[in-house]
Design a protein around this ligand. Structure first.
Ligand code: GLN
Length: 453
């Protein structure tokens, strides 16, 4: 009830698109009943959470923050959200996000910007909560919910976590089922938890992860008891520091927080080694080819026939209806991605762009493979700057894309990566540090995260 009241009172943050107070209370009642009946309680028993509005929720609007899906109420539940309900969690509501998860500031939502609860010292300018999981990050930072789901295609869990001083982990690609999550770039999309602590993320990830026959890329591996095995003693662990991440344009304060993170990990017993990830500078351009290419294909299903919006101008034929629906239903950033995606996949340019980007993707994955001969984990900043004022990068897509420079390599390689809070900058704004691990080694990532947090 307290969380429901906070959600209702914090309207100005615009973190929620839909509130479902009755669902949260229903889950709480069920936990009471189960406890009274002596039944074993799930890992998330009675925890009220926010659900990013990219997860299909039966009978509750699932919009991907777009006009084209406005009013769409699925007949089915995503596998990950179902697992959370089965573990006893309750839904406070559906969280705002960048439209179709495309963006880094939560300014592309059809339902308006999400506003970060943080403010810079001496300025009242509203700040970006990060994106695309900006509703999730803002809601957790403002204490509207103790935890929320996120999805991460190129950084959408980690970057908003860093901007708002919370934790978020993108597990190994395939850990969490993609079934019932609105698809952006299927070879990159991964769900994960966002919460205030590493421990909370570990518990929630246990509830979210696991094999799902309905997702052909789901990993058929047991889900470890990450939360019980948490251990901040890093003796015998080697942490790699990739010198290619010392990029031009990275704020001094970000570099200082990175040095601080190195010191913390050494204090926890780790050995720190310099490593090289030589293809890092090609990761961002490769990502912004591969992700739009897959998006343009995934978004072809929104045709005015199967879901949500239908625009049918007077005397329109089928083709006109498609065009009118998509013109009205998609926002500018989504259209930009479709244009880039169809261009790089077109017969004349496929080899020059898409094939090249896929080769680069392999090289990035190999960079990490080689690095694992020298270290167990990589430590790097999550973002090149702290949060920025809303509107600052809105007219400059390239500046916005550059925000993802540190997060996309782990996405392209499918590796587990976490952002943990690492202090504040001179303006009092949170900074995040990123830990990247070997495939399936979420435990190592969480352990090092614990040592930093
Ligand atoms: N900011 C990146 C993009 O716009 C990543 C988004 C995401 O991870 N969903 O594509």
């Amino acid at each position: 009830e307290a969380f429901n009241a906070n959600v209702a009172a914090a309207n100005e943050l615009n973190a929620f698109i839909v509130a479902t107070p009755e669902k949260a209370l229903e889950a709480a009642d069920k936990v009471d009943a189960d406890r009274a009946a002596g039944k074993e309680l799930g890992k998330m028993a009675g925890v009220p959470i926010g659900m990013k509005d990219l997860f299909a929720t039966r009978g509750v609007q699932t919009s991907a923050a777009s006009h084209i899906l406005e009013g769409f109420s699925p007949e089915y539940e995503s596998s990950v959200s179902q697992k959370l309900w089965d573990a006893g969690a309750g839904m406070l509501g559906k969280l705002n996000l960048d439209q179709f998860a495309m963006g880094s500031s939560n300014e592309t939502s059809y339902f308006g910007n999400v506003i970060s609860p943080w403010r810079s010292k001496g300025s009242n300018a509203p700040l970006a909560p990060g994106g695309s999981s900006g509703g999730s990050s803002a809601a957790i930072a403002a204490r509207l919910c103790p935890a929320a789901t996120g999805t991460d295609t190129g950084g959408s869990i980690r970057q908003p976590a860093a901007f708002t001083g919370i934790c978020g982990i993108k597990p190994t690609y395939g850990r969490c089922s993609r079934w019932g999550i609105v698809a952006f770039a299927s070879s990159l999309d991964q769900a994960g938890p966002m919460a205030r602590s590493v421990e909370d993320c570990a518990i929630m990830l246990e509830a979210m992860a696991g094999f799902d026959p309905k997702d052909s890329t789901s990993l058929d591996l047991p889900v470890p008891n990450w939360s019980e095995l948490l251990d901040a003693d890093l003796k015998g662990k080697k942490i790699g520091i990739p010198h290619e991440y010392r990029m031009e344009g990275t704020d001094e304060e970000i570099l200082a927080s990175w040095d601080q993170g190195i010191a913390w990990l050494k204090d926890a017993g780790a050995e720190v080694v310099d490593i090289s990830l030589p293809h890092t500078k090609y990761a961002l351009p490769a990502y912004y080819i591969v992700a739009p290419a897959e998006a343009s294909s995934n978004l072809a299903r929104y045709d005015g026939v199967r879901y949500g919006l239908r625009e049918l101008p007077e005397g329109a034929n089928l083709q006109d209806m498609y065009a009118a629906t998509r013109a009205a239903g998609f926002g500018d950033e989504v259209k930009r991605r479709i244009l880039i995606g169809t261009y790089v996949l077109s017969a004349g340019f496929y080899d020059a762009y898409y094939t090249q980007a896929m080769k680069v993707r392999t090289l990035i994955a190999r960079d990490f493979e080689k690095a694992w001969a020298q270290c167990d984990l990589v430590l790097a900043p999550t973002t090149p700057t702290a949060s920025f004022p809303l509107g600052d990068k809105l007219d400059d897509p390239l500046a916005m894309y550059l925000n993802d420079v540190f997060s996309v390599p782990a996405s392209l390689a499918g590796l587990p990566a976490m952002s943990v809070p690492a202090g504040v900058n001179k303006d009092g704004l949170p900074l995040g540090l990123q830990l990247i691990g070997r495939a399936f080694e979420e435990q190592e990532v969480l352990n090092a995260g614990l040592a930093i947090q």
